[in-house]
Design a protein around this ligand. Structure first.
Ligand code: DAT
Ligand code: MG
Length: 148
């Protein structure tokens, strides 16, 4: 089992997409291990996107992520890191599969409504950053209905 970090960005929250986005992951069968609604301090946004700090779009990215509250989500499941990225879709919504979250709900790369960790290693780093208090124990009672 893996755990990944997913975040509904401020535009996804403001556009009323929290419920449909959560539904995509929870109705598939992933286990919720963390969920919180918060305004993002600038330092946290900068640490989260530290790898992109030299990019020309970095200042506008930080401004966007700190522009309103986000929903921070920890999800557990088989191969969930890679699978959640597929459900989320390509970084540029123009290139995202129409059935993905970005393909369905957004248009511009700078307003792509959702984040998902790209590797198992980055997922662990991001979960430690956003859920420093630790994850919630949640033993799925329907485990045998979801996994063989
Ligand atoms: P992803 O969010 O798919 O993991 P990323 O980690 O490369 O993509 O970039 C993080 C975010 O930065 C991305 O969701 C939107 C923004 N971004 C990336 N490339 C960009 C670009 N060329 N112009 C504007 N914003 C960009
Ligand atoms: Mg990324």
């Amino acid at each position: 089992m893996e755990t990944t970090y997913v975040m509904i960005k401020p535009d996804g929250v403001q556009r009323g997409l929290v419920a449909p986005i959560l539904d995509r992951f929870l109705s598939k069968g992933y286990t919720l291990r963390g969920l919180k609604f918060l305004n993002v301090p600038k330092e946290l946004a900068e640490r989260h996107y530290a790898d992109l700090s030299s990019k020309p779009f970095f200042p506008s990215l930080i401004e966007y992520i700190t522009s309103g509250p986000v929903v921070a989500i920890a999800l557990e499941g088989k191969a969930v890191v890679e699978q959640a990225r597929k459900i989320i879709g390509a970084t540029n919504p123009l290139a995202a599969d129409p059935g993905s979250i970005r393909g369905q709900y957004c248009i511009d790369i700078g307003r792509n409504i959702i984040h998902g960790s790209d590797t198992v290693e980055n997922a662990q780093k991001e979960l430690a950053l956003w859920f420093s208090e630790g994850l919630v124990d949640n033993v799925p009672v329907l485990h045998n209905q979801i996994y063989e």
